[in-house]
Write a protein that binds this ligand. Structure first.
Ligand SMILES: NC(=O)c1ccc[n+]([C@@H]2O[C@H](COP(=O)([O-])OP(=O)(O)OC[C@H]3O[C@@H](n4cnc5c(N)ncnc54)[C@H](O)[C@@H]3O)[C@@H](O)[C@H]2O)c1
Length: 267
């Protein structure tokens, strides 16, 4: 894959993967609402994923899209509808019209946020049970991906990212962390696998405290993860304490996104 469009490239995941996806002969076309400073092997586009004309232009000459751009937390319905749902439609439609063969969609564990530990490990076949409007937008993005695969033949891989930051940010993430290197390994697998069709996979490292979601679907793409949040456990517990097993944060997969105070009307 020689030219890859990355939407939301200025965000947390985009910043972590930029250096890790760099390859000789590959151009990363970085798109975000905010300005970006492109380095060697990079191009920058300042645009909104909701702008059909800008997205169509950004998709020209591109082999694959990694769609990260949008709202990454709970927000009022109108914003989620515009940026995450209409924006994701706009990305798929622009990719189709420009002849882009593959879209990797940053979905989320919050598609299945109200699933409980009794159901673990969740698989790609576990039906959606979103915990927020945000989770609904990711379930909708997955459905749009299925439509664009079945109707138009795009290869679409939806990665239900668990928790991807430089280090696990809290005790829950000792179970859900996707290390930056594993994230890049997974995205490379998504780009390299031949004829994936339409897939849903979980994006997570093989953490000692994991097992909440299946890694089988991601491994079937060729993902060979190497990291484990456990190496950060002492530091995380020193910073945040050690929650009991019956702490509400462990009641549902979505953790704090299921808490009453995260209701969008209260934000
Ligand atoms: N980081 C995680 O742990 C995690 C977990 C699950 C899913 N995800 C998903 O992965 C993607 C990246 O997550 P992140 O943590 O980097 O989020 P982030 O909030 O750090 O970055 C999102 C980026 O999207 C950009 N953006 C917002 N609205 C836009 C628009 N209209 N047009 C273009 N760009 C826009 C923002 O400027 C920002 O740079 C998101 O789709 C998020 O929902 C992330």
């Amino acid at each position: 894959m020689s030219r890859i469009l990355v939407t939301g490239a200025a965000g947390a995941v985009g910043s972590l993967i930029r250096p890790r996806l760099a390859r000789p002969g590959r151009t990363l076309r970085l798109l975000d609402l905010v300005p970006l400073d492109p380095g060697e092997g990079e191009e920058a586009v300042q645009a909104s994923v909701t702008d059909a004309d800008a997205m169509r232009a950004a998709c020209e000459g591109v082999d694959a899209v990694i769609h990260l751009g949008g709202i990454s937390l709970e927000a009022p319905w109108e914003r989620i509808l515009d940026v995450n749902i209409h924006g994701t439609y706009t990305v798929f439609e622009a990719a189709r019209r420009a002849g882009v063969a593959r879209v990797v969609f940053a979905s989320s564990n919050h598609v299945v946020g109200y699933r409980t530990p009794a159901e673990y490990p969740l698989t790609a076949d576990t039906p959606p049970l979103p915990d927020t409007y945000y989770g609904v937008s990711k379930a909708t993005g997955e459905a749009l991906g299925a439509l664009y695969h079945h109707r138009y033949g795009l290869d679409v891989i939806c990665v239900r990212i668990m928790t991807c930051f430089a280090e696990p940010p809290n005790p829950r993430a000792l179970s859900t962390w996707l290390s930056p290197d594993d994230c890049a390994r997974l995205l490379e697998a998504c780009l390299a696998v031949e004829k994936p069709g339409y897939r849903i996979v979980y994006g997570v490292s093989p953490n000692t405290r994991g097992g909440w979601v299946s890694l089988d679907e991601a491994r079937a793409l060729g993902y060979a993860p190497a990291d484990d949040a456990e190496v950060h456990a002492d530091a995380v517990h020193a910073a945040h304490g050690r929650p009991a097993h019956d702490d509400p944060v462990f009641a549902y997969l979505g953790g704090p996104f299921t808490f009453p105070d995260l209701d969008a009307d209260r934000l």
